[in-house]
Design a protein around this ligand. Structure first.
Ligand SMILES: Cc1cc2nc3c(=O)[nH]c(=O)nc-3n(C[C@H](O)[C@H](O)[C@H](O)COP(=O)(O)O)c2cc1C
Length: 182
């Protein structure tokens, strides 16, 4: 071990309790793409939520992951349906991101979609569609981690919509503040 990597014993005191605001601020420094995760209930009704927790997990087998708040209305629907689609949002889809994180509205109203595997909605204008079967779930604190096995994927040529420090990039003319803090 090099001298530089050796733990500094002088700093080995017990850490202060983590400040939640500092934790949120630190997480917000990580720039991410934005997805809308879609699924269907047992009657075929469409559901979807905005999620930045999406990540690639494995190439062989092809797996992706994301996490959904345990208190989310749609969690039981995602768990029961056995499948979901990842819609990677493009730069001009900030309104779509806002809509799919707004409670108690018809999120699919006047939205152009195609029907994917299992009747799951694929949002037109997205950068990519990644259609998955639900492979497994894992407990993750106040969230549930959903691991999807990728069955089919399509890509389109647009610029990406990004999320950074609680706001959207590229910056839109809509000055409404976002309310998502993690
Ligand atoms: C940019 C952005 C990213 C979000 N990412 C996540 C996420 O990864 N996981 C999550 O549980 N909620 C996330 N949310 C919040 C959900 O979209 C929001 O709570 C939604 O209303 C949940 O829907 P439901 O309660 O109808 O299931 C995000 C919101 C925004 C605006």
């Amino acid at each position: 071990m090099s001298e530089k990597m050796r733990p500094n014993r002088a700093n080995d005191t017990a850490p202060q309790p983590l400040d939640t605001n500092v934790f949120r601020e630190a997480l917000g420094r990580f720039a991410s793409g934005i997805t809308v995760m879609t699924t269907v209930d047992e009657d075929g009704a469409p559901y979807g939520v905005t999620a930045t927790s999406f990540a690639s997990l494995s190439l062989d087998p092809p797996l992706v992951q994301w996490s959904l708040r345990n208190a989310a209305f749609s969690l039981p629907i995602f768990l029961k349906s056995g499948g979901f689609s990842v819609n990677v949002l493009s730069a001009d889809q900030e309104a779509v991101s806002r809509r799919f994180s707004t409670p108690e509205i018809d999120r699919f109203a006047q939205l152009n979609t195609e029907s994917g595997l299992g009747g799951v909605s694929l949002i037109q204008g997205a950068l990519a569609w990644i259609e998955c079967s639900l492979e497994t779930t894992l407990a993750g604190g106040d969230h549930t981690i959903l691991v999807g096995k990728v069955l089919r994927a399509r890509t389109f040529d647009h610029q990406p919509l990004l999320y950074w420090r609680g706001g959207y990039l590229p910056e839109s003319t809509d000055q409404t503040e976002s309310d998502h803090k993690t």
